[in-house]
Write a protein that binds this ligand. Structure first.
Ligand SMILES: [Zn+2]
Length: 212
């Protein structure tokens, strides 16, 4: 597991060695290691919906937002992009696969922030090196050429580049990208590598006081 602190904000993500985070016992171990109480993870379905923690009653959604202190929110991924939006008082953790990304899940999460001075964190996800799609796919979705490369008649799509371009359009102050590919790094679960059931967890939390 790796974790980062930005003033009073904690962001953490698990690795393969932390085991499958779809398993409640493993989530428990993760939160214990981080010395936090719990983490709320949504019922993810590749939607573009982000909900406030208070409104979340197990509906399908792909991100949770909160302005409560000590209230960790997270998403499970295995190639899709975990995106954390945050400032000192608000945080949203979002699951962005291509459907969510093109559906506006990042914009929907950002729209919930009262203070628009927001920073973004991008966790481990499949990158342009490994995300092979049919040429027809990029044509059908009308994806700009700067977001993919062609090798051996296959298109390699860079979803993180698309996410960053969206974040820049939203005038996010800073983007922290861990720069890790889930498929070729070997350190994370990857759906494209055959990890169909296992997931990594990315979580974020606003601390009551500065993290130390
Ligand atoms: Zn890769």
């Amino acid at each position: 597991m790796r974790y980062f602190t930005f003033y009073n904000v904690l962001i953490a993500f698990t690795e393969k060695e932390d085991s499958n985070q779809r398993n409640l016992d493993n989530i428990k171990k993760t939160v214990e290691k981080l010395r936090i109480k719990n983490v709320l993870i949504p019922n993810q379905k590749h939607t573009n919906i982000v909900l406030k923690v208070d409104d979340y009653k197990n509906q399908e959604c792909d991100g949770l937002y909160t302005d409560k202190k000590e209230s960790a929110v997270g998403v499970l991924t295995a190639d899709c992009i975990p995106v954390v939006l945050f400032n000192d008082d608000e945080i949203a953790v979002i699951h962005a696969g291509w459907r969510g990304l093109f559906g506006g899940v990042i914009e929907n999460g950002f729209s919930m922030f009262k203070n628009k001075k927001v920073k973004a964190f991008i966790g481990p996800s499949i990158r342009g090196c490994c995300y092979e799609v049919d040429k027809q796919f990029v044509n059908d979705l009308n994806i700009d050429e700067k977001f993919y490369k062609i090798y051996d008649s296959k298109a390699y799509l860079d979803l993180v580049k698309i996410a960053k371009s969206k974040l820049e359009t939203l005038k996010v102050e800073e983007i922290f990208d861990v720069g890790q590919c889930t498929k070729c790094s070997g350190k994370y679960f990857s759906y494209r590598n055959g990890d169909f059931e296992s997931r990594i967890l990315t979580l974020g939390m606003i601390k009551e006081t500065k993290w130390d």
